[in-house]
Design a binder for this molecule. Structure first.
Ligand SMILES: Nc1ncnc2c1ncn2[C@@H]1O[C@H](COP(=O)(O)OP(=O)(O)O)[C@@H](O)[C@H]1O
Ligand SMILES: [Mg+2]
Length: 203
């Protein structure tokens, strides 16, 4: 049987990494075969692209940024995601194509059409079965990120993160059937419970 593909989305600091860890532990206990991957990265080549993208000393134009994300994603789809799904694994992704729609298409103003064109090539049309969107305010995200050193994207302004959240909310309205909206402003155990309830419907 083909596996399932779950992606996590939301602004930096919303709790994706925390919740993926919880979900992975939960699903492992249930006996599922899980593969967790992150974007950008997740492959040898992709991790090199990640270093370029997150290096705060790099100036990267919006189009270059879109293409770099797409190239990391293309490698991940071919090398890891498709083979894992073929084997029947549950693949959990920390960000996928929706991040490009929101960050490059919306927040960087490249437009959805360009992002769609490039990413249909990169993903071969693959989309997640379910996308968990964790919603928090940019203020709360800033507080949560406060303790760690910021990468190139995390160093963006408050206005940028506000626009990213706006972009997610617009995107979800457009494609609501694949997205699960999770209120991330609660404590992480409550958020985890809501995510389990949502994911179990898809397994
Ligand atoms: N529900 C929550 N309430 C308060 N703090 C949280 C919650 N979820 C995560 N955090 C903390 O916020 C910070 C960012 O969380 P993280 O999972 O790394 O977010 P992301 O991967 O989306 O950037 C971490 O220090 C984490 O421990
Ligand atoms: Mg993270």
């Amino acid at each position: 049987m083909r596996g399932k593909f779950i992606s996590f989305e939301g602004i930096d600091g919303c709790g994706k990494t925390t919740q993926i860890k919880f979900l992975e532990e939960y699903l492992l206990k249930q006996g599922y075969n899980i593969l967790v991957l992150r974007e950008p990265g997740g492959t040898k080549v992709g991790e090199k692209v990640r270093d370029i993208l997150l290096d705060k000393n790099n100036f990267i134009s919006p189009v270059t940024e879109m293409l770099l994300y797409a190239s990391s994603r293309a490698q991940l789809v071919e090398e890891k995601i498709l083979p894992a799904l073929e084997k029947g694994q549950i693949v959990i992704l920390d960000r996928f194509v929706d991040s490009s729609y929101v960050y490059q298409g919306y927040a960087r103003d490249l437009g959805m059409e360009k992002v769609k064109l490039v990413n249909e090539i990169a993903t071969k049309g693959l989309l997640p079965d379910v996308t968990i969107y964790i919603d928090i305010t940019p203020e709360e995200a800033m507080k949560r990120r406060g303790k760690r050193e910021a990468d190139r994207l995390e160093k963006e302004s408050y206005e940028f993160h506000k626009k990213v959240r706006e972009g997610y909310l617009k995107l979800i309205k457009g494609y609501s059937e694949r997205f699960v909206f999770i209120n991330g402003m609660k404590d992480s155990i409550k958020v985890h419970q809501e995510i389990i309830d949502a994911v179990e419907k898809y397994l």
